[in-house]
Design a binder for this molecule. Structure first.
Ligand SMILES: *[C@@H]1O[C@H](CO)[C@@H](O)[C@H](O)[C@H]1NC(C)=O
Ligand SMILES: *[C@@H]1O[C@H](CO)[C@@H](O)[C@H](O)[C@H]1NC(C)=O
Length: 301
């Protein structure tokens, strides 16, 4: 797993334990389903995949950035594309929050995808679903697992800079704080969540060092794999939160070992956790809207 200290990294794929956390917490699909656009926009998935593939071909690191964008969206008010809104009269953009400032990226790729989708099927595919599909496609493109993406999310009518500052796990949060943050999202009912959080934090420090590119996995920094766990076992974890996974909890230590020894187990858990994370408080039915431009509300000022 190639993660980086700051998500600027080559592949700060939020990974491994990511899944673990969600695995336990959130089994339902939240009213979403993979066939949502099959009639209204049959080419939607193909369009997203092809544009993500072009972006990742231009720059491998974009794969990690797009996974992180979905994560930072879902942890703030649910998976509703609130993270994509720019500042405007009534919006204080989440892009300026501590976890996001000078580090979150990939907005231009989302814009390109949105333009292509609006051409193919105007007003149909939400920005929140673009983020969910782009995270999955990015993962596959760098060697990670496939999963079916439940769809049908709608886009928010607002953003929350406070939520962005407070709800995303920070690199210096204590374990109890992290567990609390997961519980609030319905993703916590086991210590698995702790390891999930540690992994997320890792790719996404709250601030500082944002110009440093630091592969957390120096062995395979452009591929989605389980080297992150192998490195921890070998005493080559980069951050203190790596070490903590092995030393502070028997359950997370068992996961580190299991994932280091079995890449398929890791992939399976990761995929399930991404589905679970993607189910956090989606807007469905007539809630929210389908934005025409992901950066602003349809009725913007
Ligand atoms: C949005 O505007 C606020 C001031 O209202 C500013 O502090 C912040 O940096 C801006 N955010 C972005 C992403 O430009
Ligand atoms: C964690 O980091 C943030 C941002 O750098 C800082 O404001 C905060 O005081 C730190 N908290 C602790 C407990 O160190």
């Amino acid at each position: 797993m190639a993660t980086s200290m700051v998500c600027l990294v080559a592949l700060c794929l939020v990974s491994p334990l990511l899944l673990a956390g969600a695995v336990v917490g959130n089994p339902g699909y939240g009213g979403l389903f993979p066939q949502f656009y099959d009639h209204s926009c049959p080419k939607a998935k193909e369009i997203v995949h092809s544009m993500v593939a072009q972006a990742v071909a231009r720059e491998t690191r974009m794969a990690a950035s797009l996974v992180r964008l979905h994560f930072h969206d879902c942890f703030v008010k649910g998976c509703d594309a609130s993270v994509l809104l720019d500042n405007s009269t009534n919006i204080v953009s989440e892009k300026g929050s501590n976890p996001n400032r000078n580090s979150i990226r990939g907005f231009e790729v989302v814009d390109e995808i949105k333009v292509a989708l609006e051409t193919a099927c105007p007003g149909t595919v939400s920005c929140a679903d673009i983020l969910a599909l782009a995270a999955r496609d990015s993962t596959i493109l760098v060697g990670g697992p496939y999963w079916e993406v439940p769809l049908g999310r709608r886009d928010s009518l607002g953003a929350s800079i406070q939520g962005s500052n407070n709800d995303i796990p920070a690199p210096n949060n204590t374990l109890p704080t992290i567990i609390t943050k997961f519980k609030r999202l319905g993703l916590a009912d086991s210590t698995l969540d702790v390891s999930f959080a540690a992994q997320l934090r890792q790719g996404c420090p709250r601030s500082g060092g944002d110009n440093n590119l630091f592969p957390l996995d120096a062995v395979s920094s452009t591929k989605f794999d389980n080297f992150y766990f192998k490195n921890i076992l070998a005493g080559r974890g980069l951050l203190s939160s790596d070490e903590v996974l092995l030393t502070k909890s028997a359950e997370t230590a068992a996961l580190v070992k299991a994932y280091a020894n079995d890449v398929h187990l890791f992939f399976q858990h990761f995929a399930q956790s991404m589905v679970n994370m993607g189910n956090i408080s989606p807007l469905t039915g007539s809630k929210g809207e389908i934005r025409k431009n992901c950066r602003r509300l349809n009725n913007f000022h």
